[in-house]
Design a protein around this ligand. Sequence first.
Ligand code: SF4
Ligand code: SF4
Length: 542
Amino acid sequence: METVVGVIVPAQRQVRPTDMQQNTTTIYNSIERHEAEPVNSAKVRKPLYEKRKKIFPKRAEGRFRQFKWLVMLITLGIYYLTPWIRWDRGPHAPDQAVLIDLAGRRFYFFFIEIWPQEFFFVAGLLVMAGFGLFLVTSAVGRAWCGYACPQTVWVDLFLVVERAIEGDRNARIKLDTGPWTLDKIWKRVSKHAVWLVIAVATGGAWIFYFADAPTLLVDFAMLKAPPVAYITVAILTATTYIFGGLMREQVCTYMCPWPRIQAAMLDESSLVVTYNDWRGEPRTRHAKKAIAAGESVGDCVDCNACVVVCPMGIDIRDGQQLECITCALCIDACDNVMDKIGKERGLIAYATLSDYSANMALATAGGTEPVDPKRVRGADGAFDGKIRHFDWRIIFRPRTLLYFGVWSLAGFALLFALLSRDRLDLNVIHDRNPQFVVESDGSIRNGYAVKLLNMIPEPRVITVSIEGMPGATMKIAGHESADGRSVDIPADPDKVTALRVFVTLPKDRLAEAAEGFQIIAEDRQGHERDVYSANFNTPGAK
Ligand code: SF4
Ligand code: SF4
């Protein structure tokens, strides 16, 4: 042991210059260098309608990849399994937890049942989804694209199959460029067959949201399902196979509007995947020689690991690009390289434009010089104290708080509407032709088309009565009234009951008509009621 300025240093930790050079040589030699040309490099911007260049993404390893596996598992699990979850609503309603019942015009979501006139709930959810997307994009960039978009998830799934059958990047490139041997034919046929199975399962899962899943599965297999089911599965099979297997990154680059829209939601404080060239440049593949020659060397060893894992085939070192879906796989790839060469992770990282610009200004002496790593590191190799690092508090800024506020407001409004909504509804349409009928005794009769909506999956008795307009009597076609002003109507579960209601006012009470009256539907046991204020037409009334 030796003591150096009060610090105990183990003798074996002392490094002689020759050892250091040897270690540097060994470390840099251990880095795998990939030959890869990005599909649209900064040096050679290709025309928009350039022939497609095939991309063979290498499998990435790291924390973002792990997170993406998790998101993929959850999203695919939700999509494929949800129609099979059962939810007991009693004998009068379907027991499928999530069901879009087009024939019955209902949407069931666990304990929630939405009727057509409650469609504003769906509109509200869409508003929430929109603001949620704004919120996520302004906070963490295109996280939706990189992690949860169906196109990303299914392409990832298709790539899992491709790698399992054809191997990782190099094996796939070799197979693709090689001659058509039996091995190649077998692998290609197997890959496309599995892709088609996934595509059929994807289309198949979709139709189960629109009917009782177990029944529809049997009907589908026995060729007894409605034609629309087969057409839907065929269309979704084709789109899944083509978009996920064949077109892949082309969908994001050329077909999806979101990359264009998202630019409006990003600001200088949004987190985006960034190559920190303020520490990476000058990049070199010959760091050991450059270091030995005393030249400035950035952290980037130009290994192209970030390029070969990119599912979009781009080079993030060219800066922000429309094609980048911020999947962060290049971060994983580069972090692994930084670990190997003993540098801090984060040469490629989630960063804000404002932090990046500040660090870049430091590295380039305010933009007057090329990047020099010595400006961002001290003599001990550690980053200068002025270097700005990610601060999570930047997520909570006025713009994101505003989006969060609107999103929460919409959420609370929907929740309130959901908890306070009526499950008994009354719709009334006054007859227009004729507006009234004069009876033989001179009394006046008005007719009304009434609809009673029993919005619970239980039968119940609903009392329809009138209030106001003293002297008036009510009759409902097909039903008896004990007192001439109210009738008990048996209402089927989860159904609309249509009624023809006639209200009659004696000749000597016609003056009462001016005030109008109320039609009331009431479930006296359930303590629910709905009231409609009705007009009563008489001869000569304006
Ligand atoms: S550049 Fe990086 S973050 Fe962007 S798509 Fe490629 S791998 Fe994903
Ligand atoms: S940024 Fe990282 S992964 Fe990409 S070439 Fe440089 S060192 Fe390699």
